[in-house]
Design a protein around this ligand. Structure first.
Ligand code: C6P
Length: 410
């Protein structure tokens, strides 16, 4: 059982209506949080309240509702600033998600700077969102994408990283927590080494912010990205944190309303940060819902959440290791949030389907990290991923459902 005695998981669970539903006649055991977490009533209520009594377009009206929406929208930016400890609010740009944030940096930071012979360094454990935008920008500029290898435990080969970091490197882009392996990368060390060579670093924090406290100033990263829907907020909303100096130097990502100060047919003057990067009517409900999600997470405390989830991860690892024929993919010494595994003789998709029949939701497939599958010579894995509301009893249900599945294939 949990060794975090004060952590009241049952009280947290009461805030998440969907956790009390049944799937196929069984109580839902939701272990697909790395794909998308569920939302507490506080987030659902904030969005409902907005549409029922506070909604209008933002930054465009002198009337009461527009002022009210704008205030709530900017309050959410303040909440995000505090959440990642950015130096100022205008370093927080709202995007559609981690994917769009990385594409923005690839096109607006990297593309104007890269030329033939330059290199971008990523790792073998990246999500496709942190591979493909760099491939596109390399095709556009003639730069080369280089990949730091990982070892059999799913850890970054740090010695190789230090060797590959060279005078040709223009940017390092690295995942904080791997979505396919659960590995927590030593991003502070990675950033320090890059900065010693004058190389900026983007950190993909999509799987980190729900599980670990993040301080972008302490880390010193130049860019940090994440998505709202993995941190108990709405879908279609995400964040790009960037250092003010770099964001100021970058051209806008898209043109349109709100990102300008003045427009004539001859010349447009762009708006200041952060609006320069937020063209068009934004995802107002998404931003306000994300603000509510962050308030909720902050109230419980990421330290307590991390401790609870660490207990779940250790318990799940122990239980799953006891199952004959089960192999865990990703045994890094530092892990967060999830366990990926394969079973002898059972394809991961069959595991997913049979677990679903027991009410257990996990993700199966390549997890948008095909190079990781290729590295471990598996077509796919089954992945159980945890959130602040999961319980030790749910891990027991997972383990028993896996044993039952194995029995059906023996
Ligand atoms: N990973 C998963 O099941 P978006 O789609 O923009 O919200 O997040 C993209 C992304 C970027 N980086 C990492 C490390 C991620 O895990 C993800 C999304 C989900 O693992 C959906 S593929």
């Amino acid at each position: 059982m949990s060794n975090t005695a004060q952590y009241d998981v049952e009280s947290i669970r009461r805030d998440f209506p969907i956790l009390h539903t049944q799937v196929r006649g069984k109580p839902l055991v939701y272990l697909d949080n790395a794909a998308s977490a569920q939302r507490p009533s506080q987030v659902i209520d904030a969005v409902r309240r907005l549409y029922e009594s506070q909604y209008a377009n933002v930054h465009r009206g002198v009337h009461h509702l527009s002022q009210e929406s704008s205030r709530l929208y900017e309050d959410a930016r303040v909440a995000v600033r505090g959440f990642v400890h950015a130096a100022c609010v205008h370093e927080i740009i709202f995007t559609r998600g981690a994917t769009e944030s990385i594409n923005l940096v690839a096109q607006c930071y990297a593309r104007p700077r890269l030329q033939q012979g330059d290199e971008i360094l990523i790792t073998h454990m990246e999500h496709h969102s942190n591979i493909v935008p760099w491939q596109i920008v390399c095709q556009q500029t003639g730069a080369e994408l280089r990949v730091v290898p990982i070892n059999d435990r799913g850890e970054l080969e740090l010695e190789r990283y230090h060797e590959m970091l060279s005078e040709k490197t223009r940017l390092v882009s690295v995942v904080h927590v791997s979505n396919a392996l659960g590995t927590v990368n030593p991003v502070a060390e990675i950033i320090a080494a890059a900065h010693a060579k004058g190389v900026p670093v983007l950190v993909d924090g999509a799987q980190a912010v729900p599980h670990l406290p993040v301080d972008v100033q302490k880390l010193g990263c130049d860019f940090y990205v994440f998505s709202g829907h993995k941190v108990y907020g709405p879908t279609g909303i995400g964040v790009l944190y960037g250092k003010e100096k770099l964001l100021k130097e970058m051209p806008p990502y898209q043109g349109g309303g709100d990102m300008i100060l003045s427009v004539t047919f001859e010349k447009t003057t762009y708006n200041t940060l952060p609006y320069k990067f937020e063209a068009g009517t934004p995802n107002i409900a998404g931003v306000i819902g994300l603000g509510a999600a962050i308030d909720y997470v902050q109230k419980i405390g990421l330290g307590s959440i991390a401790a609870h989830e660490h207990g779940l991860l250790e318990y799940a690892t122990t239980r799953l290791r006891q199952i004959d024929g089960l192999r865990i993919i990703g045994e890094a010494s530092q892990k967060a949030g999830l366990v990926s595994f394969v079973l002898d003789r059972v394809h991961p998709h069959d595991i997913g389907t049979l677990l679903d029949a027991e009410g257990v939701a996990i993700r199966t497939g390549h997890h948008c990290a095909q190079p990781v599958m290729e590295r471990f010579k598996v077509p796919a894995t089954a992945r159980a991923s945890f959130a602040m509301y999961n319980t030790f009893e749910e891990i027991d249900v997972l383990a028993e459902a896996i044993v039952k599945t194995m029995g059906m294939f023996s």
